[in-house]
Design a protein around this ligand. Structure first.
Ligand code: GAP
Length: 498
């Protein structure tokens, strides 16, 4: 992760927000290359999800909506994470990420240890228990630790569990529900009548505008409404770079189906669609897995949720959630607004509230996944056979921020630069391209490898002196080189960048 975070900063993909003021935890800025990469991910999703399908339409709803939306959706009452405070250090922890264990020596509880969730939480607790036993000079056999998180702590245990910040017991509070919605006020008044929220998900926009789309969009079941936009959650512990942040971007789609439709098949179809889509933008199948939420942990209205998980360097984590939500959301809004959310289905001649399958993914999490999967450091040989290191970002041409770098072999030969510039300008009409005439050609290739540019074209003496007007095309992954005409270059891009 350190190497990826460092590359992201060094090459202008991602910066800490408000860095010159010390940064703001959980907020990030996307630099010149990061904003291109992010836009490409969004565009690929929008093209594949909306434009290339006949059954899905787009929407862009407002970020701040009527506060009653969030009451009806259940977010005001229930969009919470369990929070534990340390009264001494003023640190705050998510209770389900703060683990503890009794230290049991010769069958008796001698004290407690705690550790923050990590790749090896049980190992960390075991080490802490051994250290506790040593420091207290306890004799006897130490039992293997049994880790629990703070949501499982009994009231009498809480004051005995040490705070991770101070190492001492007595300062942790019992877990309490912390609502993650950011509050704001609409208009000049600051009282409770003016309270509104920054949306914590884009999904509610699709439910609240459901009737508007049905009445104006000539859609018929099954159909989907898709949206890309910012969401905000006051996460207790933003972490793992852009993986869990407080301001992030979601790409969500609500796929409405007949109440009698085979929801399970539709759910499975969408899971597979999402998996295939992730592979189409270059994520390796080997890094993807599925996690089905256990039935007993689902919300009462939910029929099933499956997450597509990705193997990040910090562990296997949720990338894309695909939920079968029944007709809960439309039903809630119908009740709260008094406006029926039913649809008349011509085929079955029935009026009913449609059910929904919801694939919901974060753009930032996809971006982090493609950086992690694409990053490599390799030993390669230069033209003279010397071994050197190269850093390469194997990004799919679909999403790479720069598609082609145009490189005149020498910058002081006008014939070369004129031809290079003409090609550059022509490519620029359709693609993000980069013109680089500085330094030796090997160095220029390396600079492009590091930012994930799939191809470099070099305009050399053969281009201008021999018939055929061909360039050297150098491929990022194989580093192989071949000659190519302008028409062939455009055909290659047409095929690979879509
Ligand atoms: N409408 C359903 C919904 O919002 P979610 O599982 O809470 O479901 C969907 O969020 C996706 O949004 C997640 O799978 C993840 O990719 C992304 N996401 C959620 N919280 C995030 C955060 N704090 N930072 C970055 N991405 C987040």
């Amino acid at each position: 992760m350190d190497a990826i975070v460092s590359l992201a900063k060094r090459r202008g993909f991602i910066f800490q927000s408000s860095e010159i003021y010390g940064g703001l935890n959980g907020f990030f800025d996307y630099g010149p290359l990061g904003s291109e990469l992010k836009k490409n991910i969004r565009d690929c999703w929008w093209n594949d999800m909306v434009r290339r399908r006949d059954d899905i339409v787009g929407l862009e709803s407002s970020i701040i909506m009527h506060p009653k939306v969030w009451e009806a959706s259940g977010h005001v009452a229930g969009f919470t994470d369990p929070l534990v405070d340390c009264k001494v250090s003023k640190q705050r922890y998510r209770a389900d990420q703060l683990f503890f264990a009794p230290v049991v020596v010769d069958g008796k509880v001698a004290g407690y240890v705690s550790a923050l969730e990590s790749e090896n939480t049980a190992g960390d607790l075991q080490a802490a228990a051994e250290s506790f036993k040593r420091k207290k000079a306890l004799q006897g056999a130490l039992a293997p630790v049994i880790a629990k998180d703070m949501t499982e702590a009994q009231p009498e245990e809480i004051e005995k569990i040490p705070s991770p910040a101070t190492g001492e017991p007595g300062s942790l509070t019992p877990p309490r529900a912390f609502n993650m919605m950011f509050e704001t006020h609409v208009g000049p008044l600051r009282d409770s009548s003016a309270v509104a929220y920054l949306r914590p998900e884009t999904a509610q926009g699709m439910f609240v505008d459901f009737k508007n789309v049905v009445d104006t969009g000539r859609v018929k079941l099954p159909f989907g409404i898709a949206q890309i936009g910012k969401s905000f959650r006051n996460e207790i512990t933003p972490r793992n770079f852009i993986f869990r942040s407080r301001e992030f971007e979601q790409m969500e789609m609500e796929y409405f189906i007949h109440e009698d439709a085979d929801w399970s098949k539709c759910h499975q179809d969408w899971i597979e669609w999402c998996r295939q889509w992730l592979m189409s933008i270059g994520l390796p199948e080997s890094h993807l897995s599925l996690y089905a939420h256990p039935k007993e942990k689902l919300a009462f209205y939910s029929k099933g949720t499956v997450d597509i998980m990705f193997k990040y360097p910090f562990g296997v984590q949720e990338l894309w959630g695909i939920a079968a939500r029944g007709n809960y959301d439309l039903g809630q809004h119908a009740q709260a607004s008094g406006k029926p959310q039913e649809i008349f289905d011509e085929a079955s001649k029935k009026k009913f509230v449609p059910h929904v399958i919801e694939p919901a993914v974060g753009v930032d999490r996809i971006l982090l996944a493609v950086l992690c999967a694409g990053y490599a450091e390799e030993d390669v040989k230069d033209e003279k056979g010397n071994v050197e290191k190269r850093t390469v970002l194997r990004l799919s041409p679909r999403i790479a921020p720069v598609k082609v770098a145009v490189l005149p072999l020498l910058k002081n030969k006008e014939a070369l630069t004129t031809r290079a510039h003409a090609l550059y300008k022509k490519l620029q009409r359709r693609y993000a391209v980069f013109y680089d005439d500085g330094g030796n050609i090997g160095k220029r290739y390396r600079r492009q490898d590091e930012i994930g540019t799939p191809w470099c074209v070099t305009i050399d003496f053969e281009t201008v002196e021999k018939p055929g007007d061909t360039f050297t095309l150098r491929e990022r992954d194989s580093m192989s080189q071949r000659r190519i005409t302008e028409a062939e270059l455009f055909a290659l891009l047409e095929e690979q960048v879509y």
